[in-house]
Design a protein around this ligand. Sequence first.
Ligand SMILES: Cc1cc2nc3c(=O)[nH]c(=O)nc-3n(C[C@H](O)[C@H](O)[C@H](O)COP(=O)(O)OP(=O)(O)OC[C@H]3O[C@@H](n4cnc5c(N)ncnc54)[C@H](O)[C@@H]3O)c2cc1C
Length: 442
Amino acid sequence: MPPLNLDKQVSPNRPSSLPHVVILGGGFAGLAAGKALAKYPVKITLIDKENHHLFQPLLYQVATAGLSAADIAQPLRLIFSGQSNLTTLMDEVVDFDLDASKVHLRSKTLSYDYMVIALGVTTGYFGNQQWAQFAPGLKTLDEATELRRRVLTAFERAELANDSNEASQWLTFVVVGGGPTGVELAGAIAELAQHVMAKDFRHIDSTKAEVHLIEAGPRLLSAFPKGQSSYAHKRLTKMGVRVHLNEPVKSVSADEVTLSQSAISSGTILWAAGVEGNSVANNLGQVPRDRAGRLEVNPDLKLPNFDNVFVAGDLAKMSDFKGKQVPCLAPAATQMGRHAAKQIARDLAGRQLKPFIYFDKGNMATIGRSSAVANYRKISINGYFAWVAWLGVHLVFLMGMRNRISVFLNWAWSYLAWRQGARIITKKLIGRSDGINATSSN
Ligand SMILES: Cc1cc2nc3c(=O)[nH]c(=O)nc-3n(C[C@H](O)[C@H](O)[C@H](O)COP(=O)(O)OP(=O)(O)OC[C@H]3O[C@@H](n4cnc5c(N)ncnc54)[C@H](O)[C@@H]3O)c2cc1C
């Protein structure tokens, strides 16, 4: 293919012979790849099984009734409505034929000149997939609303309980996984029980709720400096969360979590402990993967042995050329998506590809109202200022002005009034072990 003039704007009447770039996934990496190719003379098709881009860092707030689902998602069509070289298809990727440069969707097959695989990861149960029904994870909007249903319903079931044992089982919440998502969930549930729900029930005392946070390793927030792990631990303990360290989960059932030393009887068990590569990537054939099923890619983000396939985002397992492991974080996914797009542009222009270099923008986690940890290189901030920084960063990076305004107003209202706006249960319960036995009411 002859080198192209990369500075040329794409004409709306572009010929159909333009190179076809297929981007799989409209998460942070796919979105960044699509946008970075806006000014290049290529025809782009972006595929996602959902119709929206999801801001996963705020999912836990949907799960704990702080925000509504629509506040943290934005339709992909709207995001790309002004980009004439990109078409969005809402369809599911089901298979690949890399040798023939084809990708099979549920409804059709597409040929590509270049493909960017940005399909992300899913919740991982360390080989115990049967636990998923009892302890759902938090990765999609559906899962967040399911978690919210379970959490809010637990308070309702406690109010209906016939004896104090049953009530206290419903008022016991277990969060598995002491990373940022687990810490955020545990803190938010504790606040919900102690402050938001406290005045609204007549039979139960929601402030008596127990929140257990289970971590297999020796400290919370293992990706943060040790001092911040201890800060988060102390802070959560002060909020009433019982932190269990060095306690790998042995088994999970509908109403109990068994640890190495003890068992916790609970009506609501939530899983925030691990991730694994998107299972559809297993259909890529003989390509290198790590134990969690993430794809091991070359330093230039190419899938080994395939010159026209790039992998970006959480699904890509790699160390950058300085030897730094690229983390599963939104900024890393964005940078990789953008880099994959630039690689395609370089390749089309006959230029040499460049290795990916990860620019570490730091890490943040909120612990509760007015408290967070933030860490950038050697600078660590804990407490109120970290929390303000956390609010600011999340508002800035949230997609769409309507969402930013809505989230800001929700936060202001919750902060001033100790009220959560999204406390609506959208499914009815049947039966006893209702974490699971639910039927839709709409
Ligand atoms: C609860 C939670 C909290 C987080 N908090 C933070 C945080 O505070 N800060 C931070 O930096 N990062 C955070 N992350 C991580 C961050 O969200 C991820 O690193 C980022 O989303 C990865 O982007 P991605 O594009 O690789 O994958 P994703 O954003 O997961 O996007 C993958 C896309 O592929 C689509 N897809 C999947 N399978 C198919 C298929 N078969 N067919 C078609 N489409 C498909 C999905 O619908 C999705 O849109 C958090 C993640 C979670 C789950």
